[in-house]
Write a new protein. Sequence first.
Lengths: 140, 140
Amino acid sequence: MDGMSASSDQSASLASALQRGALFAANCPSRTVFKHVTSLWGVLVLIVLLAGTHRFSEIRRKVNGVSEKMLAQTLQNLEADGFVLRKVYPVVPPHVEYTLTALGEETARHVNALAELIERSYPQIAALQNAQQASESASR
Amino acid sequence: MDGMSASSDQSASLASALQRGALFAANCPSRTVFKHVTSLWGVLVLIVLLAGTHRFSEIRRKVNGVSEKMLAQTLQNLEADGFVLRKVYPVVPPHVEYTLTALGEETARHVNALAELIERSYPQIAALQNAQQASESASR
DNA sequence: GTAAGTACGTACAAAAAGGTTAGTGTGATG
DNA sequence: CATCACACTAACCTTTTTGTACGTACTTAC
């Protein structure tokens, strides 16, 4: 899928940019969806749900550091975008279950792969950052 | 005021959750790296650079809507994390080129796959959202 | 000589994200 | 009988992120 040289013509690059999708358009609604799934909490929720159906507080316990407010908001976004399914059991202590939809599962797998890649390469990244800091302070 | 006791109590559940990485730990540095690559501008820059080496203003023209400041910041982050390589030609009108590193290319491919998935499924998502809005206003 | 382009840095303002606290209503647990 | 757990919501406040405007040092084009 290469063959596209770095073109300097603006209309050509714009056309190719828009061909591949709307994400490159300035005020495009799919950017919002994208932010939902790539936000830190969105990512972690998706990965947790990849392991199966969870209740609200189960997710909260697994995703360390998320507040109830943020978790609720994240789940609402993911539900509205069709990534997770929310099932409410009308019992007296509330019981709500969250499950990935088919689209959510596919998305979560991509997200998980990306997360795993970054986690695996993090030691290397950290080493690089230390080296850069060292050379910076040496040049000063 | 909780969470500090987590280091001993939740360590068991943390261990299982964290087996595949540190992203689930509350204040883990790899979350920062993750945010760099999954931020909207980070994503779009990575995808643009997947097509090859670009100059600063070439990227700026392709990523519609990004300000110079944000683009500079994004590129600095991606460079510090080892995803992009910055090459400066010390000529009088400044000339700087940005290229993906090997790690950056692998990351960008993942990111691109995720972006393409979301773009492809966006029509479906938008339809769902319209349907949900319709049913909401009907129930009122 | 005036304007535009290049690759940023900086100061300030606006906006968004996120945290904290409190509250809901019942039911089980101590 | 008091507290906790559940699954949130609302109000309020702080922190972080992002945008805007401007400056730089120089060159090329008009």
